[in-house]
Design a protein. Structure first.
Length: 680
């Protein structure tokens, strides 16, 4: 996955709430396991590859030695290659739509085409330069005191264009305690670095990114006419405030823990923040009915709010606002501004790509009009047979899961029944939505406005539509992602899994594959998403999608004991220049483990089952190569384990793997039977 270091503007977001979980031995077992396995993460060719030594390399070594990471990419792998294939089709499709006669296009397609045309118009964008952002920057710069700042943020908040950097963020999300209704969730602003640990102990990667950010910031401020002295002062103030936000931000590990989500009254928020920045009132300024309770995951930020956004130091707040606004919007301006952001990203990600307007135009269009463009994708890349086959596989895997639960030896009958209820109540979304979101009938891209203006108006429209949805009943069947997405998802607030059309291609799925091959790939993905309903986060939600304990005390204690073993197994495994964080990755590792177990048990019931096909398909799925900078960021903030460990640290827990490849005791891929991980 590509980690973001700065907030992407103009992104069309359907706020659905919570986090959506997505895809990608001797005396001391843990010591033995790491001692033998840590060497396996090397990408160098070994003299002898065997399934007993390193299964990941045994299957993928030829590919690993042949493939190189493109200069403009941070990684390459099965997921990336399919994503690139889908993107190539989508780019061609939208170009064809631009060339076609508009008369046959729908209202939303016409708007998408016009938006892409404006995003691709280099001459118009370069002619404008930074004029679109200039009035916003001038108004920020004109702020002289606390009163003017407070009036400004109230105005920006009501306007809804989402251009200026704000001292807090909010989204409409599902209520974790009552899934039938929605709440407003409050968040801290984004920080420059993706994890707070990068700010401390002179972290070399953090320092490098901040240096790159500083260089880009200085270049951008020069472009907009800020003197060198003033630019240096603005940068200093902005970095100071960013560090304060980081100090009270959640770590990646804490962000993944849904138990941090609390419902807080507006009275408590006002007391905690103790600030003239009246957050609850500003939210209520744009909602037709008063909101008295909010959802907050980061209590520390709001309890220290007055220290962070100190209104007695208005210059620091103003300069942070100015620079953040400029950095966040520079990529929507002329070529010279975009090049600065592109160079910054190259330094951060370790890439060496030259700026291409065509990439920006496609990314903006796909980001905002994804479901509209997705209709074109589905029409040409998804069919009834695929839908039926995947639906059949999901039904079978759920049946296997139910059997695992009902025959489980350590679960109490009450807990079993509650877990099975959750499976019975799970919503399954395959391929694409039957109807795209109503917001696309409201978005109007005007030919008389420029790209920046239209993007700002889209933000206003989306927010207005989301506020309307706040008062409507939650729709568990609504899609949160575009159908061309190469991923899969579980959402605990709707107890639903989503398998988009984009991932239902080779190597994940093919109608030409054997059942064993399909179960080893998309079958494991399906099992993975189902298993998120019962990971360390999903286990906190009942069959009605509410955060409510449905376990007996004894069972939940045993469950935590088993997931802690997963933490211990993965914690400290080496990957390139770093180590895996077992706590950060526990939810995804749990889903991988139980997804694998459910998929192979289901596959074995199919005629002609071939275990080697199953395991080869699984290992092929996770083949990848990653650049050092991306690997470092992944280890800090990605809840997924590195791909090599999704194979080599998971397969030794599967009994069928030993029989398929004659794995012998004492080999690196061996784990004693009584120490193989499992939940159910």
């Amino acid at each position: 996955m590509r980690l973001r270091f700065q907030k992407e503007k103009f992104k069309l977001v359907k706020f659905v709430g919570l986090m959506i979980m997505s895809l990608i031995i001797s005396v001391n077992l843990n010591t033995f396991y790491k001692k033998n396995f840590t060497a396996l993460a090397s990408t160098k060719e070994t003299s002898s590859n065997s399934p007993s030594n390193d299964f990941y390399k045994y299957i993928n070594n030829k590919w690993l030695n042949k493939v190189t990471i493109p200069k403009d990419k941070t990684s390459i792998g099965s997921i990336d290659q399919l994503d690139n294939k889908n993107e190539k089709f989508l780019r061609k499709s939208i170009k064809n739509l631009v060339k076609s006669n508009n008369n046959h296009l729908s209202f939303s397609e016409k708007n998408m085409v016009e938006y892409y045309r404006q995003a691709s118009d280099k001459e118009a964008l370069d002619k404008l330069g930074y004029k679109p952002i200039k009035p916003y920057l001038n108004k920020i710069n004109a702020i002289k005191n606390k009163k003017e700042y407070l009036n400004a943020i109230k105005k920006w908040n009501k306007n809804g264009e989402s251009i200026q950097a704000m001292p807090f963020l909010f989204q409409i999300t599902a209520d974790v305690y009552n899934s039938k209704r929605k709440v407003v969730s409050l968040y801290s602003p984004s920080t420059i670095l993706p994890d707070k640990s990068l700010y401390y102990n002179n972290n070399p990667e953090g320092k490098k990114i901040l240096q790159a950010y500083s260089q880009a910031a200085m270049e951008l401020m020069t472009k907009v006419g800020i003197s060198n002295n003033d630019a240096n002062q603005k940068l200093k103030n902005a970095l100071n405030l960013d560090a304060k936000i980081a100090k009270y931000s959640l770590s990646s590990e804490d962000t993944m823990n849904l138990s941090n989500v609390k419902m807080v009254s507006s009275k408590t928020i006002n007391k905690d923040t103790d600030s003239e920045i009246n957050i609850s009132q500003m939210v209520n300024d744009i909602f037709p009915k008063n909101i008295n309770t909010f959802s907050i995951s980061n209590q520390s930020f709001f309890k220290n709010y007055n220290k962070i956004f100190d209104l007695n130091n208005i210059d620091e707040i103003k300069d942070w606002t100015y620079l953040s606004t400029l950095m966040q919007n520079a990529n929507a301006l002329s070529s010279d501004f975009r090049k600065i952001i592109n160079d910054y990203n190259n330094k951060v990600y370790g890439t060496s790509s030259s700026h291409k307007l065509s990439n920006d135009a496609f990314n903006y269009t796909n980001m905002i009009f994804g479901p509209v463009l997705g209709k074109v994708y589905v029409k040409n890349n998804f069919n009834k047979e695929t839908n039926q086959k995947v639906k059949y596989m999901i039904k079978n895997i759920i049946r296997t899961y139910k059997n695992e639960l009902s025959t489980n030896k350590w679960l109490d009958k009450k807990t079993k029944n509650n877990a099975i209820k959750k499976l019975d109540n799970m919503v399954i979304k395959i391929g694409y939505p039957q109807k795209i979101d109503n917001v696309y009938s409201k978005i109007n891209v005007s030919k008389n406005k420029n790209f920046f203006e239209n993007s700002a108006n889209i933000n206003k429209t989306v927010r207005a539509e989301n506020i309307k949805l706040f008062y409507k009943k939650s729709n568990r069947h609504a899609w949160e992602i575009s159908p061309q997405t190469v991923n899969a998802f579980y959402n605990p607030s709707s107890n639903s899994i989503t398998i988009p059309a984009g991932i239902l291609q080779s190597p994940f799925f093919s109608l030409k594959n054997t059942n064993s091959e399909n179960y080893g790939a998309i079958g494991v993905v399906i099992g993975h998403e189902i298993s998120h309903a019962f990971d360390t986060n999903g286990s906190q939600f009942d069959y009605q999608e509410n955060r409510k304990n449905w376990w007996t005390e004894k069972d939940y204690k045993e469950f935590n004991k088993r997931t802690n073993k997963i933490v211990e197994r993965f914690n400290g495994l080496k990957f390139m220049s770093g180590k895996v964080n077992g706590k950060l990755t526990v939810t995804e590792n749990t889903a991988d483990l139980e997804g694998l177990r459910a998929a192979i048990k289901t596959a074995k019931k199919e005629p002609g089952f071939n275990s080697k096909q199953f395991f080869r398909s699984y290992a092929t799925l996770w083949r990848s190569k990653t650049k050092t900078q991306e690997a470092q960021m992944q280890l800090l903030s990605d809840p997924h384990a590195p791909d090599v460990w999704r194979v080599n640290a998971q397969l030794p827990n599967i009994n069928e793997f030993y029989d398929a490849y004659n794995i012998k005791k004492g080999s690196p891929m061996w784990v004693n039977k009584n120490q193989r991980l499992k939940i159910w």
